[in-house]
Design a protein around this ligand. Structure first.
Ligand code: GDP
Ligand code: MN
Length: 380
């Protein structure tokens, strides 16, 4: 789960990482109220889960109440790379002497954690990596041994951070590593990490990705989900434990396996249709899962047909077929269903469905034929 910047900063603060005082605002008036509270000048920042907000006009400095009103008005509702801004983070503006970059992430190939530190922050790290790779100091961290202060001190020197910043930066990096590991992050990134003219080091931005596999030991993460999904279909799917992503098209998709689900979207597109969703029912394609999947798709008013694409492996197609029939007893479905059943026990599976086939329950032999049929039914 990716966090918004303001949530990332809250998370950082829990681990003692210094951030600017601020608060969220969903309206112009709220932005003014926060600005008055934290003191001018302030910076208004679009809360969207996408980088490059600064370049897109989503980060603005405001010296007084008129500036706040003007910028809040402009940023709220702004579309940044397809993400519409509904919320601002307003914080007391910092004076910047230097902008650095710091992050921790997982190095899967090396089976270690990877720290990246650069004295050239503020810009996208990908650009630094390309144009000036020597400006990034990489640190491979054994997850058992962790990161101690002595190592962090050597690291900040190697990255050539300004002398005055080094001790504070080293201490902050140890805290950030603590947040990254104990806080179960896949990514904890600060860009920019700044040095102020009065020699203070603190985080001006926060990019945090939480490792959902660890959510069982973080009940407090629920609060981060509050405005996670505005899509009612995704909310319903999440409640039913389904791996669902809502899209805009008219063909509802059910597939087993993320790879097959993606291929299903592609093949629907290829034959001129549009998918209403991504839905991977995984290996557990029993009646409960199938009923839940059909219910969620059926609740989407844009759906005109449903394409069930199953390739049996460990999942047996006869079980899926029984699941579909059982699900249809429980849920009344308004769109025609086209099934492509292949793989383990496909013959048995098709035999189970055979007596029930109709103009609204159709099987096709191949994925392509099934896609064509589902698209035709969706566009008629
Ligand atoms: P991003 O573009 O989405 O990464 O958003 P950031 O939070 O990193 O902000 C982009 C840029 O805005 C930063 O690199 C800074 O140069 C600038 N900025 C952000 N906050 C402040 C601030 O408090 N004071 C000043 N002077 N500049 C800021
Ligand atoms: Mn940034």
């Amino acid at each position: 789960m990716d966090l918004f910047e303001y949530q990332g900063k809250q998370y950082f603060a829990q681990y003692g990482i210094s951030v600017s005082p601020g608060d969220i605002a969903d309206t112009v008036d709220e932005a003014v109220a926060v600005a008055e509270r934290v003191g001018y000048p302030v910076v208004l920042k679009a809360q969207v889960k996408v980088g490059g907000r600064g370049k897109a006009g989503g980060v603005q400095l405001a010296a007084n109440v008129d500036d706040v009103r003007r910028h809040a008005n402009n940023i709220l509702g702004l579309d940044i790379k397809g993400h519409v801004v509904h919320r601002l983070w307003v914080e007391h503006a910092s004076d910047i002497a230097k902008e650095y970059y710091a992050s921790f992430t997982l190095d899967r190939a090396n089976k270690t954690h990877l720290g990246m530190l650069s004295a050239q922050g503020g810009v996208e790290i990908e650009v630094v990596a390309e144009e000036n790779p020597d400006a990034i100091a990489f640190l491979s961290i054994d997850p058992v041994r962790g990161l101690d202060l002595a190592t962090a001190r050597r690291w900040v020197a190697e990255a050539e951070l300004d002398e005055v910043a080094r001790e504070q930066a080293a201490e902050l990096l140890v805290k950030l590593y603590d947040c990254y590991t104990r806080g179960d992050c896949d990514l904890a990134e600060i860009n920019p990490l700044i040095l102020t003219p009065d020699n203070q080091v603190h985080a001006l931005d926060a990019k945090v990705t939480l490792d959902e596999n660890a959510s069982f030991r973080h009940p407090e993460w629920e609060a981060f989900r509050v405005n996670e999904t505005e899509d009612p279909r995704e909310k319903m799917a999440k409640e039913k434990g389904l791996n669902y992503i809502g899209l805009d098209g008219s063909v509802g998709i059910i597939a087993n396996g993320a790879g097959l689900a993606m291929s299903t979207l592609d093949v629907v597109n290829q034959v001129g249709g549009t998918a209403a969703n991504f839905l991977d029912i995984g290996g557990g394609a029993n009646a409960d899962v199938m009923a839940a999947a059909l219910e969620v798709i059926n609740a989407d008013p844009k759906v005109k047909s449903i394409f069930v694409n199953i390739f049996g492996g460990i999942t047996r197609v006869d079980e899926v077929a029984k699941g579909v029939l059982e699900a249809l007893k429980r849920v009344s479905i308004t769109s025609p269903i086209v099934l492509r059943l292949d793989g383990t026990n496909a013959v048995e599976g098709r035999a189970i469905l055979a007596p029930h086939l109709s103009s609204t329950l159709i099987t096709e032999a191949t994925m392509l034929d099934a896609a064509r049929r589902a698209v035709a039914l969706a566009t008629n």
